[in-house]
Design a protein around this ligand. Structure first.
Ligand code: MEV
Length: 309
């Protein structure tokens, strides 16, 4: 097959509520983070017989497996040798969807090369398979929110439900500077769940109620109510053992500095906290957060608002 170079992109994501519990069938709410982006460029390479990763992920065994799996799972495509160049501003292991963005961007590229519409519905099933290589048995929330690129309520096995925020929410991702592999943090939760299912089922019930109230708060433009849901969800995540002393300190400091709520976001064990501010935070508030520990970095604020037409 003769084909030309193609470039696709995928954004980052943040989980607003329900991470980890979502793996057990509980709903979650997630939003795309479009200021973070992963780019895949695929170009034919007649000197190779198969796809080869170049750039950022060259030599990364997992990414290599994802590329090969993607290549072999798009029927009717005989692409031959290719260079697959990946560039990304999504920090790996930071809970912001780096592996899901790679999955989505790869599938978008293959669909486009096969002259198929890279709609979210077409992208998501194979993107989920690629995510599974990275995370074991993921819920699918990460690839879904990135493929749809809109805020949504996700529950495994049901159609995602888009959420149109009824106001503007000032969200900030704060990098703790710590890193953990999502796969391992998820496995740790699984072990603790097996040891005390009754406690975990009670936590999951509480998180379901929090997701419901957070969805209502988003629709109503009620930032204080969303902030309360963040704080309560954070407490549950602490009980599940996926926060760290530094993430706890960050969330506590954010509240002291005037945030409406703060919590771990994504896999945890490090990575990012998500902070909800009543308005654009001041320099003083940002310095106050960054003073919690060396390595802490405040990312630019994301305004979550209704962007549908
Ligand atoms: C990771 O971004 C979200 C988790 O809930 C895992 C998953 O949903 O597969 C921790």
């Amino acid at each position: 097959m003769i084909w030309d170079e193609i470039e696709t992109r995928a954004c980052g994501k943040a989980i607003l509520l329900g991470e980890h519990a979502v793996v057990y069938g509980v709903p979650a709410i997630a939003a795309p983070i479009t200021s973070l982006e992963l780019r895949v460029r695929v170009r034919p390479n007649p000197n190779e017989s198969e796809p080869r990763l170049r750039g950022l992920l060259e030599g990364d065994a997992l990414a290599d497996e994802m590329v090969r799996h993607a290549w072999s799972h798009v029927p009717g495509l005989a692409l031959g040798g290719a260079d697959v160049l990946v560039e990304s501003s999504i920090p790996p292991g930071g809970g912001l969807g780096s592996s899901a963005a790679l999955s989505v961007a790869l599938v978008r590229a293959l669909l486009a090369l096969g002259r198929r519409e890279p709609s979210a519905e077409a992208v998501n099933p194979l993107a989920y398979e690629l995510e599974s290589l990275a995370h074991g048995l993921p819920s699918g929330v990460d690839n879904t929110v990135i493929a749809w690129q809109r805020p949504l309520r996700f529950q495994h096995g049901t159609e995602p439900r888009p959420i149109r925020p009824g106001g503007v929410f000032h969200l900030q991702l704060v990098d703790s500077g710590e890193r953990a592999a999502t796969k391992e943090v998820v496995a740790g939760v699984r072990q603790r769940y097996e040891r005390d299912q009754a406690m975990y089922l009670a936590i999951f019930g509480a998180i379901t109620a929090l997701v419901d109230s957070a969805e209502a708060a988003l629709l109503a433009g009620d930032a204080p109510a969303l902030g309360r849901a963040f704080d309560e969800n954070h407490q549950r995540l602490q009980t599940m053992g996926v926060s760290t002393p530094r993430l706890d300190a960050l969330c506590e400091r954010a509240r002291q500095l005037g945030a409406l709520g703060a919590k771990v976001t994504g896999g945890g064990g490090g990575g990012h906290a998500i902070v909800l501010w009543p308005r654009e935070p001041t320099d003083e508030q940002q310095r106050g957060l960054e003073d919690v520990a060396s390595g802490v970095v405040c990312r630019p604020v994301t305004q979550l608002a209704d962007e549908s037409d």
